[in-house]
Write a new protein. Structure first.
Length: 254
C-alpha cells in the first residue's frame, strides 16, 4: 500500500457531531472527499440536511440526525440507527460544542454546568455509546475536537468554563487511548487555534479582537475548517495514523 493510499477512507463510515455548519461541516466534507460515508449529528436538523446534501454531491452516502449530545438515550439511539443502516461505524468525530465569553464573577452556575455538559460530557457520552460497536467490529478511530484553549488562556475574553472543558477533552482523550488500545480503538484530539466561522464572523472581524487573535500570531490569519482542519482529521481517521493514539494535534497557526 502506497503512502497516499493509507490516507484513503474508502469503504469507511464516519459520524461527525455539530457538522451542520462551521468547523464540523468543513471536517465532514474533508472526510467525505477522502472516501467516507458521513452521518451528520446536529441540533439544527435542516443544517444537518444541508451538509448531508453536500456530502452526497461528493459522491458519498449521508445520514442526518437531530441530536443533543447531552442526552445519552438520544445519543445511543443515533449510533444504533447509524450502525443498523451501514453495518459498521469506523470513525467518530466529536465536534459539537460552543463558546460563551463571560467572567467567572458574572458566570452563573447554570452557565458552568451547560458548558461542561456540551463541550465535555457530550463527547464522553458519544465515546461511551460508540465504543461497544467499535469493540465488536475490531476497532475504530475517535477524534475529539478540543482547542488551543485547553492549554492557553484566551486574552480577548473570559472563558474559564470553556477552557476547563477543553482541557478535560484532552485528558479524556489520553485516558480513553490507554483504556481502549486493547480493542484497537485509537483516540486522538485536535486543538484548533482561532478559526473564523459564520457563527463568530462579527466578533472575529472586530479590529481589536483581530489584533489579539491574529496579528500577534505567527501565521497571520484565521484558520478554516475544511482547508486547515480537514487534513488533520483525515490523518487521524485513516490508516496513516495507525501508530498514533492519545495525541493532541495542535493546529493553531503557530
Amino acid at each position: 500500500m502506497g503512502i497516499l493510499d493509507r490516507f484513503s477512507l474508502a469503504g469507511k463510515t464516519a459520524l461527525v457531531t455539530g457538522a451542520g455548519r462551521g468547523l464540523g461541516q468543513g471536517m465532514a466534507l474533508a472526510l467525505a472527499e477522502a472516501g467516507a460515508d458521513i452521518a451528520i449529528a446536529e441540533l439544527d436538523l435542516p443544517a444537518a440536511e444541508e451538509t448531508a446534501a453536500e456530502v452526497q454531491r461528493r459522491g458519498r452516502k449521508a445520514l442526518s440526525f437531530k441530536a443533543d449530545v447531552t442526552d445519552f438515550e438520544g445519543v445511543e439511539s443515533m449510533f444504533k440507527s447509524a450502525v443498523e443502516e451501514w453495518g459498521h461505524l469506523d470513525i467518530l468525530v466529536n465536534n459539537a460544542g460552543y463558546a460563551q465569553p463571560v467572567s467567572v464573577l458574572e458566570m452563573s452556575v447554570q452557565d458552568w454546568d451547560r458548558m461542561l455538559a456540551v463541550d465535555l460530557k457530550g463527547g464522553f457520552l458519544c465515546c461511551k455509546a460508540v465504543a461497544p460497536y467499535m469493540i465488536k467490529q475490531g476497532g475504530g478511530k475517535i477524534v475529539n475536537i478540543a482547542s488551543m484553549s485547553s492549554f492557553h488562556v484566551n486574552r480577548d475574553a473570559d472563558y474559564a468554563h470553556y477552557n476547563a472543558a477543553k482541557a478535560g477533552v484532552v485528558m479524556l482523550t489520553k485516558t480513553l487511548a490507554v483504556e481502549w488500545a486493547r480493542y484497537k480503538i485509537y483516540v486522538n484530539s485536535i486543538s484548533p487555534g482561532y478559526c473564523r466561522t459564520p457563527g463568530n464572523a462579527a466578533r472575529s472581524d472586530n479590529p481589536a479582537i483581530r489584533a489579539i487573535r491574529v496579528d500577534q500570531g505567527v501565521i497571520k490569519r484565521y484558520g478554516q475548517g475544511y482547508e486547515d482542519l480537514g487534513g488533520a482529521v483525515v490523518y487521524l481517521s485513516s490508516d496513516a495514523s495507525s501508530f498514533t493514539t492519545g495525541c493532541n494535534l495542535v493546529v493553531d497557526g503557530g
